[in-house]
Design a protein around this ligand. Structure first.
Ligand SMILES: C[S@@+](CC[C@H](N)C(=O)[O-])C[C@H]1O[C@@H](n2cnc3c(N)ncnc32)[C@H](O)[C@@H]1O
Length: 268
C-alpha cells in the first residue's frame, strides 16, 4: 500500500475511502497502481465533472453508467499499436517462436492486458506466417470490456498499423485511412476474455505470455506478485515478453532467466 502523502489529511482520507469503495464495488484495487499518476488522472476527471470530493464522485459513478465508463477508461490508459517496438517482434518471430515450434507445433499463447487488440493480432500474424496459427491457442485478456469490444471488431486507424511490415499488411489488413480491417482468419483465432491481472486466477501451460505496457502502472509489490504468477503460468522453457520500460530486476527470484532484452524464460 502506498501512503497518500500528496494532499491534506482530509483529502488523503477522502481518496483512501474512494479506493476502498471502488475495491468493494468492482474488485479493482487502485492501491496496486502507482499512486501519484493514478490520483492525478482521477482528480482531473472528478474536477472536470464538477465533484468537490471523491466521496461524492464515487456515489455518482455508481449511479451513472456514463461516469462509470469514463472512470474505467481513464484509469486504464488504453494506448496500443501493432508491432510496437518492431525489432522485439522480429526477434520473437525469427528466434523464440521457431525454437518453441521445434519442441511442439501446438503453442499456447496469452496476450495479457491486450487493450484494443493490436498486440494479439500482431501475434496472430506472426503465428500464421510461421504456419502455426491453426494449431495454436491464442488468448487475449483485458480488465476493460470497452476495449475488448473494440478488439473483437478489429478495425483500426492508420496510425495503429504504421509499423506493420508491408508484406504482412498486404496479407492481413484491408481498407485504408481510418478503417483498416483485420483479416477474419486472425479474428477467428483470438479468444478475447475479460480478466483482472491483479485479482483473477491465471491459466497455466503457456509457451508464451506477452504482457507489455501495463506493469509500469503498478506498484512494486503488485509487480512482484504478477511476475510470480506469470512465471507459474509458463511451461518450463516458456517465454515472458514485457514492454520496453519494464525490465525485471533479479529475474531468478521468480524462477526466470533473461533470454534477451525484454524476454524472460522460465527456468526448468
Ligand atoms: C497501455 S495499454 C497496453 C496495451 C498493449 N499491451 C500494448 O503494449 O500495446 C494497458 C492496458 O492494461 C489494461 N489494464 C490495466 N489494469 C489492468 C488489470 N488490473 N488487469 C488487466 N488489464 C489491465 C488497460 O485496460 C489497458 O488496456
Amino acid at each position: 500500500m502506498s501512503d497518500y502523502t500528496s494532499g491534506s489529511t482530509a483529502e488523503n482520507e477522502d481518496f483512501s475511502a474512494f479506493i476502498a469503495n471502488v475495491r468493494k464495488a468492482t474488485s479493482i484495487d487502485l492501491s496496486q497502481y502507482k499512486e501519484t499518476q493514478m490520483r492525478r488522472r482521477l482528480t482531473t476527471l472528478r474536477v472536470k465533472n464538477g465533484f468537490p470530493d471523491f466521496t461524492s464522485y464515487f456515489k455518482a459513478i455508481m449511479d451513472e453508467p456514463r461516469l462509470r465508463n469514463e472512470f474505467l477508461d481513464r484509469m486504464t490508459i488504453n494506448v496500443s499499436e501493432f508491432w510496437r517496438n518492431p525489432n522485439r517482434w522480429t526477434l520473437l518471430m525469427e528466434r523464440f517462436l521457431p525454437d518453441m515450434l521445434k519442441r511442439s507445433p501446438k503453442l499456447k499463447v496469452w496476450s495479457a492486458a491486450c487493450s484494443t487488440g493490436e498486440e494479439p493480432y500482431t501475434i496472430a500474424m506472426i503465428l500464421d506466417r510461421l504456419g502455426a496459427l491453426g494449431q495454436a491457442t491464442l488468448i487475449a485478456s483485458d480488465i476493460d470490456e470497452g476495449v475488448l469490444a473494440r478488439a473483437k471488431n478489429g478495425v483500426y486507424p492508420e496510425r495503429s498499423v504504421r509499423e506493420v511490415p508491408k508484406e504482412m499488411a498486404a496479407a492481413y489488413l484491408s481498407g485504408s485511412g481510418d478503417a483498416f480491417q483485420v483479416d477474419e482468419k486472425l479474428k477467428r483465432a483470438v479468444r478475447f476474455q475479460k480478466q483482472n491481472l491483479l485479482f483473477d486466477d491465471f491459466q497455466d501451460g503457456f509457451d508464451l505470455i506477452v504482457c507489455r505496457n501495463v506493469m509500469i502502472y503498478f506498484t512494486e509489490e503488485a509487480k512482484q506478485q504478477l511476475y510470480e504468477k506469470f512465471a507459474k503460468a509458463l511451461k518450463p522453457g516458456g517465454i515472458l515478453f514485457v514492454g520496453s520500460t519494464e525490465q525485471i530486476f533479479s529475474p531468478g527470484q521468480y524462477g526466470l532467466e533473461t533470454a534477451d532484452t525484454f524476454f524472460y524464460r522460465r527456468i526448468v
